[in-house]
Design a protein around this ligand. Structure first.
Ligand code: DGL
Length: 272
């Protein structure tokens, strides 16, 4: 028995944890933000895999039967390899899930034109994970992507409602939407982007659906636990959440508030 592990490169996964906690408050969770090594978005495949694998091993040591990669970059660059190559020898009875698959599963209910846009970090976009997953599940849907490297720093430096933020958000949305005038659905493929939703909405036609992942992932986890009683019965249900960061705890508590909306008391890990 153990808590459900929620992993992110830093703060962003707190948006996902918040939605999960609202949907499934009865479970215990441990959150790990690898802040000391964030951002992951601009790092190479090898490095994101190495860091994410270290995190999985740490969660397993903490007894987690299930780990969710709340981070799109880790889901895009490391998840498949960890599931296929590492889990069988680490512990084949435990599971590691990501955020890309559940997000992609939801898009068919939004798009009418079958033209979908994806916004993400450079790492997520270059990995082609969204187009590949979308093509697998919905071969008739065409995917267009745009990397938004400035959006994470905008959120992390609390510059959300500034003219500078509007400039970069409008620029990247224009670059995405100009790829095909029929794009009617835009996926926010990064943990930080839901916090920019109000600004994003200003620059996207009302006819375009903008999909944030937090609730989608929470609903998909609820569904997964129902379909997998062998994992569900190993998840402790005391409604407790513990936060860990690889960087300064006080800093995490303060910044984390922007993402989580509630007070956080995190613990600092000296190493993973
Ligand atoms: N959590 C990352 C993601 O969702 C964004 C932050 C980072 O680049 O580390 O892609």
């Amino acid at each position: 028995m153990g808590p459900i592990g929620i992993f992110d490169s830093g703060y962003g996964g707190l948006t996902v944890l918040k939605a999960i906690k609202q949907k499934l408050p009865e479970y215990n969770y441990i959150y790990l933000g690898d802040n000391a090594r964030a951002p992951y978005g601009s790092r190479s495949y090898e490095v994101v895999l190495e860091y994410s694998l270290e995190a999985v091993k740490w969660f397993f040591k903490k007894g987690c039967p299930l780990v969710i990669f709340a981070c799109n970059t880790a889901s895009a660059k490391a998840l498949r390899t960890i599931q296929q190559k590492h889990l069988p020898y680490l512990d084949h009875t435990r599971r590691v899930l990501g955020v890309i698959r559940p997000t992609v599963e939801s898009i068919a209910q939004y798009t009418k034109t079958n033209k979908v846009g994806v916004l993400g970090t450079i790492g997520t976009v270059v990995s082609q994970s969204y187009p590949i997953e979308i093509a697998k599940l919905f071969p008739h849907i065409q995917t267009y992507q745009q990397a938004c490297p400035m959006w994470v720093p905008i959120v992390e430096h609390d510059e959300i409602n500034t003219p500078g933020a509007e400039f970069f958000i409008k620029r990247d949305l224009d670059l995405l939407l100009s790829q095909n005038a029929e794009i009617d659905t835009v996926i926010l493929g990064c943990t930080h982007y839901p916090l920019l939703l109000n600004v994003i909405r200003k620059f996207v036609p009302v006819s375009v659906s903008v999909i944030a992942q937090d609730e989608i992932v929470a609903n998909s986890l609820a569904d997964y636990l129902q379909r997998h009683p062998e994992i569900e019965k190993r998840c402790i249900k005391e409604g407790d959440i513990t936060f860990f960061t690889t960087d300064n705890a006080e800093f995490f508590n303060r910044r984390g508030l922007i993402f989580y909306g509630e007070e956080i008391n995190s613990l600092k890990l000296s190493s993973l």
